[in-house]
Design a protein around this ligand. Structure first.
Ligand SMILES: Cc1cc2nc3c(=O)[nH]c(=O)nc-3n(C[C@H](O)[C@H](O)[C@H](O)COP(=O)(O)OP(=O)(O)OC[C@H]3O[C@@H](n4cnc5c(N)ncnc54)[C@H](O)[C@@H]3O)c2cc1C
Length: 306
């Protein structure tokens, strides 16, 4: 089902149908903080109160329209304003951006300029920025943009996906001083030529990549809900003598909430990725694809309604 769901995540026709279903909304609410900026800010306040850090993502991807890319930049600038005075804990606030929402598919220079505008405003506001990873056809262009922006904004973070065969090498490149890498398993449907296919091979790659990052000089961001990956990170942190301010755990909004709180209680930093906005379809479908139980819940709700 996973490849079918991930293909469906890119279908505008299915997007229109699924988005109209009232029953979908209930499940979407588990993963998405809401459609508006005030919804996102309310979720952020709650998470900060519980000792967690946040990274807010304004939903949207694969933009083919310059006006929409500009509207996305405006949404981030407005969000950065809304962050004002919300937290005094250093680095507790971050925004996550997808370059495809900033026009990467139209023109790489447009995405670079749009990302630069967001980075400049975030730097002024004392907020971190991390560039999300999308499908493998964009990896080269995304890392090229990140390299260029890091010359001006050295704290700019990015995401590397452990399922890609290239990622261990990318981790070596991005393990130097001030580099911030969010390591995740990877959420897209990728061919065997570029990506490990078996879950066990993806996990093995994750652990190898994590070792490179933990042994490096940067700030690893361990983005996984998998207890084995979390244990591995804690082991590497102990073995390399890292203090708790030199790395963090990250999880998605609505997933393993109790584990997030347990980790905070154990004295480590946990950042929650908080998506908001009306373009939730692609993000939502990737969450369904990750876990059969989510899909079954969705299907059962549809059947019981009909
Ligand atoms: C902060 C953050 C940012 C991310 N950014 C990106 C990105 O930029 N690009 C990208 O390709 N991917 C991104 N991802 C998604 C990631 O690649 C994985 O698809 C996702 O995290 C599931 O992998 P896992 O490591 O949690 O392990 P899995 O083996 O998939 O899951 C381990 C356990 O976590 C729980 N779990 C996992 N997913 C779900 C779910 N959807 N619903 C309910 N429970 C679940 C289950 O208990 C499961 O058994 C991000 C993930 C996080 C946490």
């Amino acid at each position: 089902m996973r490849p079918a769901l991930l293909a469906a995540a890119r279908s505008p026709r299915l997007e229109a149908t699924v988005s109209r279903m009232r029953i979908t909304r209930q499940l979407v609410d588990r993963f998405v903080a809401g459609e508006s900026e005030p919804d996102a800010v309310a979720a952020v306040r709650g998470l900060l109160e519980s000792g967690r850090f946040v990274s807010v993502d304004y939903l949207g991807e694969d933009t083919t329209d310059v006006a929409r890319a500009t509207a996305t930049v405006d949404a981030y600038l407005s969000l950065l304003q809304a962050y004002t005075g919300i937290s005094s804990v250093p680095h507790s606030l971050e925004v996550s951006v997808k370059l495809s929402a900033l026009g990467q598919g139209i023109d790489q220079a447009l995405a670079l300029e749009n990302a630069r505008t967001i980075c400049a405003a975030a730097e002024k506001a004392g907020v971190w920025v991390t560039v999300d990873a999308e499908d493998h056809t964009t990896t080269g262009s995304t890392l090229a943009i990140v390299r260029e922006l890091r010359q001006e904004f050295p704290d700019l973070g990015t995401v590397l996906q452990a399922y890609l065969r290239r990622t261990e090498d990318d981790c070596r490149e991005f393990s130097g001083p001030r580099s911030r890498i969010r390591l995740c398993k990877g959420a897209y449907s990728e061919p065997a030529s570029v990506a490990f296919q078996k879950p066990a091979d993806v996990s093995d790659s994750y652990v190898r990549c994590l070792r490179v990052l933990m042994e490096g000089e940067g700030y690893p961001m361990v983005a996984s809900h998998d207890p084995d990956m979390i244990d591995a990170a804690r082991r590497f942190a102990e073995a390399t003598g890292r203090d708790v301010d030199s790395y963090e755990f990250q999880m998605l909004y609505g997933i393993r909430d109790r584990e997030q709180i347990r980790l905070v209680g154990s004295g480590v930093h946990v950042r929650v990725y908080v998506p908001y906005g009306s373009q939730w379809y692609g993000y939502f479908m990737r969450r369904l694809a990750e876990r059969p139980a989510n899909l079954m819940f969705f299907v059962r709700s549809l059947v019981s309604r009909s």
